[in-house]
Design a protein around this ligand. Structure first.
Ligand code: TRP
Length: 444
């Protein structure tokens, strides 16, 4: 019986352990670093609205599908997809979906680690009081100096990739949340809070290009860790009794809440200091230090904030590498440590490209269509590979897999919950992803 499969890697001790692990994967730099700057670059409210719609209509159903496939297959995404495809009478080539996920995970982690390195560097800058009483220009200069020094970035990127400990997510995540709330409190005291709120929630559709819709959809996949097998492999360790729908919704809601609160903390500071919201990947590094530089206890709270951000990034990084690690263990008998170190070495090397993207490789000789190595890797993964992975997952779960297997694994009976899932995954998700793709290449 396929439903009796067990994972050779073990199983979460409870539904709650899975929720913590999956939230740990979802909440990371995507929420606190990427969401604000993407929102800033894409005009605010309308982008946020599309993002929220994508989370609800595409993200949650895909997350349920990934968990469902993972729990049914109980192996690395490569082997899970192979096994399930064979079982349902389709080609083993579905394993390629797992391979694309491994590649996407490597590429994402290669730059993720560099940005986490920035956050790590900021732990020491804030703790040392570098930002006390700082102005927007001063903070900008500190950031620019950091990213234009490849050797220093290399050190921080290396430290992040090499850090091997897994700390209590249960404590650190709530702590990060509390500090974010504290930052929102500071932002409220700055007199430009409503401007920030309006920027985030007042949709101005004239600012919404087809490209921005693709970005919003990509951001939904990125932030929820979907489309590359991370949630699938975590699902493969999920106990049989746990409700897939409830856990997925819990994870998606927590993730979205963190992103929105980060936006509420950052944009009021942006407007209070007359900064442009469109400054890209440096946004949080140029705004939050201003807040820390002026609030009482800022050095302490600031360094704590960046420590927690690094841990949030760390729990996400683990999920980016896990599909590859599980495959190396299953198919090549690697130990987990050996597998992680080997994959980590490859990812570290790719990360060098991102380091140079911010300095020596930022010139026109090293860019393609005006995009640096970092921009290209980010675009290719978040906006192409993840949605494509999600599309294939949806097609497999709702068109190819027999309805009996899917509904048996989801265990929701034939109630409205199941029907909504089925409708969304069968029609809304595939049509939505294809529509956005066609729109961007100009065919629609
Ligand atoms: N979701 C994480 C964040 O927002 C990043 C991440 C972890 C991820 N695992 C993933 C992104 C898998 C895409 C796919 O920071």
């Amino acid at each position: 019986m396929p439903t009796q499969r067990t994972s050779i890697h073990g199983q979460w001790s409870s539904r709650l352990a899975f929720i913590f692990a999956a939230t740990g994967s979802a909440v990371g730099l995507g929420n606190i670093w990427k969401f604000p700057y993407m929102t800033g670059e894409n005009g605010g409210g309308a982008f946020v609205l599309v993002y929220l719609v994508c989370v609800a209509m595409i993200g949650v159903p895909i997350m349920m599908s990934e968990v469902m496939l993972g729990r049914r297959g109980r192996q690395s995404p490569i082997n899970t997809m192979r096994t399930l495809a064979e079982e349902e009478g389709y080609s083993r080539l579905w394993g390629l979906l797992g391979w694309m996920g491994v590649l996407a995970g490597f590429l994402i982690l290669s730059y993720y680690s560099v940005i986490a390195g920035w956050a790590l560097a900021y732990v020491f800058r804030t703790a040392g009081g570098v930002f006390n009483g700082a102005t927007a220009e001063g903070v900008d200069a500190v950031f620019t100096e950091l990213i234009s020094d490849p050797e220093r970035l290399l050190a921080w990127h290396t430290i992040f990739m090499a850090a091997g400990l897994e700390l209590a997510v249960r404590l650190l995540m709530p702590a990060l949340f509390v500090l974010l709330i504290l930052l929102v409190g500071y932002a409220m005291s700055q007199g430009h809070f409503l401007e920030g709120v309006r920027f985030l929630f007042e949709p101005d559709f004239s600012k919404l290009s087809g490209q921005a819709v693709l970005m919003a959809m990509g951001q939904a996949f990125f932030s929820l860790s979907l489309g590359m097998g991370a949630i699938m492999i975590y699902g493969s360790y999920l106990p049989r009794e746990a409700s897939i729908a409830r856990t997925s919704i819990t994870v998606a809601v927590s993730d979205t809440l963190v992103a929105v609160i980060a936006g509420l903390a950052i944009f009021p500071i942006v407007f209070a200091h007359g900064l442009p919201p469109t400054q890209g990947p440096g946004l949080i590094f140029k705004t939050l230090p201003i807040a820390f530089g002026h609030m009482p206890g800022g050095a302490l709270f600031g360094s704590l904030f960046f420590v927690l951000l690094v841990f949030a990034a760390w729990t996400s990084a683990i999920s980016l590498i896990e599909p590859a690690v599980a495959w190396l263990v299953e198919n090549h008998g690697f130990t987990r440590v050996h597998a992680t170190v080997s994959a980590g070495a490859v990812i570290w090397t790719i990360g060098l490209g991102t380091i140079f993207s911010f300095s020596t490789w930022s010139g026109p000789e090293y860019t393609l269509f005006g995009k640096t190595f970092f921009d290209l890797v980010d675009f290719l993964t978040a906006n192409i590979m993840l949605p494509l992975g999600g599309l294939l997952i949806a097609v497999f779960a709702a068109w190819l897999m027999s309805e009996r297997s899917a509904s048996d694994e989801l265990a929701m009976g034939d109630g409205p919950g199941y029907r909504i899932w089925y409708f969304l995954v069968r029609y809304v998700t595939p049509v939505g992803v294809v529509f956005v793709f066609l729109n961007v290449i100009g065919l629609l």
